[in-house]
Ligand binder design. Sequence first.
Ligand code: MTE
Length: 317
Amino acid sequence: MLIKIRKASDVRGSEITPKSVYLDRRRFLRAAAVAGAGAAMAPLALAGSAQAGAKLTGVVKGPYSTDEEQTKYESVTSYNNFYEFGTGKSDPARNSRNFKPKPWSVAIEGTVAKPAVYDFEDLIRPHKLEERVYRLRCVEAWSMVIPWIGIPLGDVIKRLEPTSKARYVAFDTLHDPEQMPGQRRSVLDWPYVEGLRMDEAMHPLTLLAVGLYGEEMPNQNGAPIRLVVPWKYGYKSIKSIVRMRFVETQPETAWNKASPREYGFYSNVNPDVPHPRWSQRRERRIGFFFKRDTLMFNGYAEEVAGLYTGMDLAKYY
Ligand code: MTE
């Protein structure tokens, strides 16, 4: 089992770029294999940041939760993609310890009736926090099951009253190389940007997440507020959001700018459309030994397939 877990073919070549990322994943797998054999992983307090860990109260169970086995908290918070804190999987937990997600504000801009800079609390407080256990499938062919806590993005959007001109929502991550050491290198064109078509943003599955496992969002997972779009590859789930803009035309997205051939605007999980460098047919669920089939729309086809009726998903990848 240990040998199988460590096989390079088990974790298909590096994705979203460099070799360092791939090597780092192998280091993680070795650590995971050791942990599986009985050794202890890093204590919880060390896995997160100074601010992480505060319990969120008044959380209700939301709809759409899967009852699949949840990925261990230690894995969810130590195996991350957050290039603002480094390209290695363990970099975000290590390099985000001094990141300050409080106070925080989010600028609402564009074709919207209530543009303003909203304090984080004012943006969130009018809504009931829900726990939603979602699968998240990374473009790198691994997946996790995470009990997110958040509010439906659609509810927030309704309150902000976009005008009829708004066809897309664009999102920006914080740009602050002082706090985000990964931004001192031009790995991506900072800030990290993402976008959704308005009907995708309004879909009841789309979550603005502020926590996981009953606690405030750990820094490495996108504190204090991030997107979770479970039927799309993980990179659409932009972290540490400081700006939402309602726009008429399709916005740029960070990975599409970096490599348009590999990363499209839609980025729906689709086992039938391979990434140019690897297949998307199978995936490795973190914590499990055997690979499993990747499901269309990451298993959320019943809920979201209708959004793409009549679209050629090989063209609009
Ligand atoms: N958001 C920002 N700002 N920067 C990033 O590098 N990585 C994306 C996404 N959001 C990323 C980001 C990718 S590739 C994935 S798979 C998910 O975050 C990972 O989320 P997690 O670390 O909470 O599992």
